[in-house]
Design a protein around this ligand. Structure first.
Ligand code: PRP
Ligand code: ZN
Ligand code: MG
Length: 212
């Protein structure tokens, strides 16, 4: 196929920045409200608007050829995809959040505690490296509510502005990993698709150069 399908987050922190990059690359498309697919008018690119957590899997399976996701999602889901380029936007941290009144000094305090997260693999590895025995409660959203409803002692979730933690009476206690948006590709692009990808990368690099 002489076109590339790129998966972009449907809504959330990444989606706006991802679309801005596409626009700055001079690529035009119109997407009707709520439409989950679109085709570019002036570049051989098709868009799929998906949940970010599903994007690495769709790229691995070849449903999409490219994807824009946070490194945090890429590392958590361990799919067989290629990291093509770090994009430098949507920077955030995957952090431990605890009650703002907890006099938290270091990760050792989580020993014997329970932690709610959507990132059980990354958190599990981190706890193991630090020899901490904590119970991981995997939940897929609204993680920050967990301590106040007695579901867990702490959370491990994405922090960007910090306002979600703040509005739930929590504070950022430890940073587990830093993350930003990355472009990923599948491992089976045709020669023609590699050419299109190179044209796209050329444009992305020109956009980045213009910002430095
Ligand atoms: C993260 C996290 C919080 C929010 C934190 O969600 O789960 O909800 O962002 O941002 P803040 O510090 O600026 O308040 P994410 O964007 O990863 O979306 P998702 O959980 O729906 O995938
Ligand atoms: Zn997500
Ligand atoms: Mg979230």
């Amino acid at each position: 196929m002489n076109t590339l399908k790129i998966a972009i987050q449907k809504s959330g922190r990444l989606s706006e920045d991802s679309l801005k990059l596409i626009k700055e690359c001079g690529i035009k498309f119109s997407n009707g409200k709520g439409k989950l697919k679109a085709v570019a008018d002036n570049f051989p690119l098709e868009f799929l608007f998906l949940r970010d957590d599903d994007i690495p899997g769709y790229v691995e399976d070849g449903v999409a050829d490219l994807g824009i996701v946070g490194e945090n999602v890429l590392v958590e889901y361990e799919k067989n995809v290629k990291l093509v380029k770090k994009l430098g936007f949507s920077k955030c941290r995957l952090s431990i959040g605890v009650d703002r009144n907890w006099d938290y000094k270091n990760i050792k305090e989580l020993d014997g505690k329970s932690i709610a997260t959507s990132y059980p693999k990354i958190l599990g590895n981190y706890l193991k490296q630090n020899n901490i025995n904590a119970e991981i409660h995997e939940i897929s959203g609204s993680v920050e509510i967990a301590p106040s409803i007695g579901l867990a002692d702490a959370v491990c979730d994405i922090v960007s502005s910090g306002s979600t933690l703040l509005s739930n009476g929590l504070k950022e206690a430890d940073v587990i990993m830093r993350s930003e948006a990355v472009l990923v590709s599948g491992n089976n692009l045709s020669a023609e698709q590699e050419k299109i990808l190179n044209q796209l990368l050329f444009r992305m690099e020109a956009v980045q150069a213009g910002k430095n």
